[in-house]
Design a protein around this ligand. Structure first.
Ligand SMILES: C[S@@+](CC[C@H](N)C(=O)[O-])C[C@H]1O[C@@H](n2cnc3c(N)ncnc32)[C@H](O)[C@@H]1O
Length: 221
């Protein structure tokens, strides 16, 4: 079998290291050796976008935020779901990930960063959300394992009561929160409802395996 080849590495200040690997047509980004995102399956990352963007295709000047660029699949699915006047902001913590998406990874999701509607913000999504007021129709988060995070990033504050309230403040009336998670954390739906969201848990099967990812969907009333 063809061995994995290490293409590049980048430090995440305070949170270890990202590495980019290739084996034939497949690419993987690892965080301290554990797979963060691979090109072999992106069904749940695509579904995150299509659910979050429901009803926005014909909305003039729709504006959405994606937390975490990864391999660009959620960005691609978002661009495909929205109309020509939309703005898609992608917040990415690790500058090297953006460089990889402009280089060896660009073809995977059909060069989404070349779309004029896509705007990369090389900044922590926590800060981007904190600074926004009534700004987005949807906010999608796929930055780690989700509310049950073990990936070692500084993101758990996103999923706390204060974090959810900050996301709601950043949304336009009727806006949508969509959060990717590796596993189901039953208490999280109660946390979403406690801050006033209409909340739903959608299970997305990972192709070719019995694994299920979870999408936490919340709508501002
Ligand atoms: C699992 S990947 C995202 C996969 C992506 N949905 C896709 O379709 O390829 C997670 C990404 O989030 C980024 N990330 C992690 N924490 C972040 C934060 N606080 N703000 C912005 N980006 C972050 C990582 O560097 C990585 O690029």
């Amino acid at each position: 079998m063809t061995p994995w080849q290490l293409l590049d590495r980048a430090l995440v200040p305070g949170y270890g290291e990202l590495t980019l690997h290739q084996r034939g047509a497949y690419f993987v980004i690892r965080h301290d050796g554990a797979e963060l995102m691979g090109s072999h399956d992106h069904g749940s990352e695509d579904l995150l976008a299509s659910l979050a963007c429901e009803g926005l295709a014909t909305k003039p000047d729709a504006r959405v935020l994606i937390g975490g660029l990864g391999l660009g699949y959620t960005l691609r699915a978002t661009l495909d779901a929205l109309g020509p006047t939309a703005t898609v902001e992608v917040s990415e913590l690790v500058a090297a990930t953006v460089k990889w998406n402009r280089g060896p990874l660009a073809h995977l999701a059909g060069h989404p960063l070349d779309d004029v509607r896509a705007h990369v913000i090389e900044r922590d999504v926590v800060e981007v959300i904190r600074a926004a007021r009534g700004h987005y129709d949807a906010i999608m988060l796929d930055v780690d394992n989700g509310p049950d995070t073990t990936a070692g990033w500084g993101n758990p504050g996103l999923y706390s009561e204060a974090g959810l309230k900050r996301i709601i403040r950043a949304l336009r009336p009727g806006g949508t929160i969509a959060i990717w998670a590796a596993s189901e954390t039953p208490a999280f739906i109660d946390a979403m409802r406690a801050v006033g969201l209409r909340a739903e848990c959608v299970r997305a099967r990972q192709r070719g395996t019995s694994n299920r990812h979870v999408l936490w969907m919340g709508r501002v009333r």
